[in-house]
Design a protein around this ligand. Sequence first.
Ligand code: HEM
Length: 188
Amino acid sequence: MKDERIAEDPSLGEKSKDEIVDTLLTLDSVQDLEYLNWTIQEALRFLSPVQATSQYETTQDVKIGKYNFQKGVNFAINFDALHMNSSQWQRPQEFLPERFNPQSPLYLTPDGKKRNPFSWCPFAGGKRVCFGKTLAECNLKFIGTYLTQFYNFEFEDPSKYANIYPHAIVGKMSDKPVNVRITKRASS
Ligand code: HEM
């Protein structure tokens, strides 16, 4: 369900934390934290921080899939549609980091095929690819790692958020406060 979020499943934080060693993370060692990386990828799929690309314009008549576009047509790529595409993702409405594990059956499309390489692209691609992609990924890995290493994040009242869906705007801000309880982990 869409309402399954990281904060509601403490085991996600635990699984990521299990991987984290007590030494200083480096650009190399952070790549070895597989579950953390799958969780970040799944978070970027499940609730893409940017909802769509900016407007593009076709420079010639083109057929994309079953659609014909004339030259000069404006269009944008909707990441939600891409990331929730049920022909590419098994159980797309569920938060399942394992779908990025090549060993998992969830790694494949519902038909058991390899996913289209563009089925996941929260940073867009090509000439207009996100300029800050590498910085953003590093921040997510390092800051996310340290925060989950030392703190627990829980919704104050999970039932309150069960049926709240993100708003369809860039940044996906809710118009109501989302109360999260942050506590120091006992072992840290
Ligand atoms: C998780 C974090 C981020 C996501 C998901 C994200 C996503 C995107 C996407 C989808 C685009 C393409 C928009 C388009 O079609 O024009 C974009 C463009 C861009 N992003 Fe990010 N971004 C993130 C973080 C950052 C950060 C941290 C920076 C800078 C420090 C940054 C700088 C830019 C710039 C400058 C562009 C415009 C590139 C161009 O048009 O040539 N982004 N981003």
